[in-house]
Design a protein around this ligand. Structure first.
Ligand SMILES: C[S@@+](CC[C@H](N)C(=O)[O-])C[C@H]1O[C@@H](n2cnc3c(N)ncnc32)[C@H](O)[C@@H]1O
Length: 236
């Protein structure tokens, strides 16, 4: 039997659900309103089960690790990690999505810090996290080009970045993801942006994705699990 939700032990800058709800920092109205509408149904858009690539590799995060889930939407991935005992912060620009994430965490009786913020300029901190998880966090190149250096600084040495995104070759598959290939990710981009990080797993290619009717069928994905070199510090 799990114990009732406990408050998250650390404060994270940004607007947390359950605290002040207005005044989101760096809010991107267009993105957030699109996703708020999409999440405005009672069902969970991608279901409440976690992404299966994440579940296959989540044991890489040490017990009680502090993990940041980027663009966590309705929270299925963050809540799953919290249910494994990790201390999870979920960030997303959709207040509607994160409200559902908070509800899911309460149902499962796990703590989840939910921060409404725009990843275009949200401060991820420095040497702050043991893990960063990015599942289908499709963002324009302009945002990725500043977000990736912020992820580099934000992970502690030895910390792990786990990502699964659609690859630009996903477009003709029509089984999920944005319509703009520039929002998708290649290994070449990641390898450039995280040069010198240890490759625990890298993959570009086809796999079957089943996460509700929006992510359904044979797909072309980019997966990476990268470890920040121990003893390395990125300059702020
Ligand atoms: C495809 S959904 C993935 C949701 C979640 N990771 C999952 O796998 O269920 C993409 C998410 O990115 C979020 N998002 C898009 N642009 C964002 C931004 N600039 N800052 C923060 N979140 C953003 C959306 O609100 C949405 O929840």
């Amino acid at each position: 039997m799990l114990s009732p939700p406990a408050p998250h032990p650390r404060e994270v800058p940004g607007t947390t659900l359950g605290g002040t709800f207005g005044g989101e920092i760096g809010y991107s109205a267009m993105d957030a309103s699109f996703w708020n509408t999409r999440y405005g149904q009672s069902d969970y858009l991608y279901g409440t089960e976690p992404n299966d690539f994440l579940t296959a590799h989540s044991s890489l995060f040490p017990e009680d690790a502090e993990v940041l889930c980027l663009a966590d939407g309705e929270g299925r991935n963050g809540v799953y990690l919290a249910s494994r005992g990790l201390r999870v912060t979920a960030v997303d620009s959709s207040s509607v999505g994160l409200e559902k994430a908070r509800r899911l965490a309460a149902e499962r009786q796990v703590p989840l810090e939910a921060v409404v913020a725009d990843l275009a300029d949200w401060d991820l901190g420095v040497d702050r996290w043991d893990g960063v998880v990015s599942i289908w966090a499709h963002l324009p190149r302009e945002i990725r080009s500043t977000l990736h250096p912020r992820i580099r600084r934000a992970l502690r040495p030895g910390g792990v970045l786990l990502m699964e995104h659609y690859h630009p070759k996903q477009i003709p598959y029509g089984t999920g993801g944005p319509s703009d290939p520039a929002m998708m990710l290649t290994l070449a981009e990641l390898e450039g942006d995280f040069a010198s990080w240890e490759h625990l797993h890298v993959f570009e290619g086809e796999r079957n994705v089943q996460e509700g009717d929006k992510h359904s069928g044979l797909s072309y994905v980019t997966q990476a699990i990268l470890r920040k070199p121990r003893g390395s510090r990125e300059l702020p």
